[in-house]
Design a protein. Structure first.
Length: 190
């Protein structure tokens, strides 16, 4: 029979496992108890209130990452979690302000840019109907080229193929579109 000295690496690992299990159990119990209160706290302070669930998940994730700072006392642990919730809420609000400012800048920019096409082409209905008959691949190259005005190099980057493959696909797609348009009844015939 072999004996191990007290304080060996095996004892330390076993102690760490036991301590980790206790910490996880304490955190789970605390989250179950305080979680509904945190959710209500967050829901009262965010718009839309449905964002509160995402914020609660963020609070608990942050708390778990900092679990070594978790107070052992229940009241102190609750206060600690509410402090994390308050900071998470502040970060969320700053993010909303940044997002709103970005949206305002984008709206202002788009207001100064006129539409690419002043009016729809005379045969827009027929063109859309013919496009709908084509494959997704054909529709992609045709719309990226015709509607979005992208070059073969730009389309190649988007589609993950070579520019020469884009030009080949575009040529074939245009031919299929011509064929689809040839069999489309015109608006006057309908």
């Amino acid at each position: 029979m072999t004996t191990r000295p007290v304080g060996s690496a095996v004892d330390a690992a076993s102690h760490a496992d036991t301590e980790g299990t206790r910490t996880a159990e304490w955190f789970t119990s605390l989250a179950s108890t305080v979680g509904p209160r945190l959710l209500a706290f967050l829901a009262r302070r965010v718009d839309p209130p449905t964002d509160a669930a995402d914020l609660l998940a963020e609070v608990l994730t942050t708390a778990w990452r900092r679990v070594s700072d978790l107070p052992a006392d229940g009241e102190a642990a609750t206060a600690w979690l509410f402090g994390i919730a308050r900071h998470t809420l502040a970060n969320h609000r700053r993010g909303q302000i940044r997002q709103a400012a970005l949206a305002d800048r984008l709206r202002a920019r788009l207001a100064t840019v006129g539409p690419a096409h002043e009016a729809l082409p005379e045969h827009a209905v027929e063109i859309r109907a013919a496009l709908a008959q084509l494959t997704d691949s054909d529709q992609a190259v045709l719309t990226l080229s015709g509607w979005d005005g992208l070059t073969a190099d730009e389309m190649a980057a988007i589609l993950g193929i070579t520019p020469s493959a884009v030009r080949q696909r575009l040529r074939r797609a245009r031919e299929r579109l011509r064929q689809a348009l040839a069999v489309q009844p015109s608006a006057a015939e309908r």
